[in-house]
Design a protein around this ligand. Sequence first.
Ligand code: DP6
Length: 326
Amino acid sequence: MKATAKAPANIAFIKYWGRKNEILRLPANDSISMNLSEVFTITTVEFSEGYEKDEVEHIGKEMDKKEEKRIIDHLDRIRNLAKIKTFAKVLTKNNFPTGTGIASSASGFAALTVAGVEASGLKLNERQLSILARQGSGSACRSVPDGFVEWKSGSSSNSSYAHTLFPPGWLNIVDILAIVEKKTKKISSSEGHTLTGSSPFYKARISGMKDKLKKIKQALLNKDFKTFGEISEAEAVNMHTVMMTSCPAIYYWTPETMRIILSVAEWREEGLPIYFTIDAGPNVHLITLFEDIDKTIRRLKKIEGIKGIIINKPAEGTKTINTHLF
Ligand code: DP6
């Protein structure tokens, strides 16, 4: 009863920020994302009578009690479905800094779901896995299917899941992740979601969603990179406006973040097709075409304060692998 899964982080172009049901983690709106090829979590889960309690370890990171409980609660969801009571050992590792807005909870809970379900002996389809992953961390449901993904907000637990819109090869784009901060953020996204209602701009954000979702899906279908990029960039700023105007206010951006944002606008004026998006953290995702990677990296390296660069292609979703971590 041991299995290992590899799950990608994902970057949302239309974001999940705010929930209509906190307990079930039903988002206020649909969201759209792409799985990232170079930022992932690998997790091994083993259920065994040999364990007297759940043992949870994150390689290279101290886990606090709250994080440990969140993982054990997820093991309980799996145990309930599989009708088992056996304790488990969970070992997990990320190949990127955790808690900096690189969607560590997305890849983390997607990997835990797929490895845990496989180890428990349950047989679930992709939709059921996505529903289960969502209950651990909302954005994790989008890391389960391949490529470009849509998460339907739904009206119940069973209708809130993600599915593939287009395969990884659909658009010739890359996500160049500019890391400016590796420290864990002060306000987690889980907490941030609960503050959305306090922003005077939240209602306006939600009321514009339907139209925005329709337009970005059409742009993806048409492979219209310009419209796709413009909508994504405006959407990121829209979400951060809600964050910065919540009570208490959440400022994820740093001076480095702002420096990159301003540079992107300049580079576009110079003719480079490039757009940015930002999750709940200071790091910036630069979305550009495959053929413009070198030009982008050259420019990016000149900006002060860049601590790392990761070039991501659109990727597959979560898969089981044969190499276990223990
Ligand atoms: C800004 O999925 O991390 O990255 O459900 O509480 O785990 P929980 O929240 P989480 O929120 C992601 C927020 C975001 C936007 C997005 O990925 O859609």
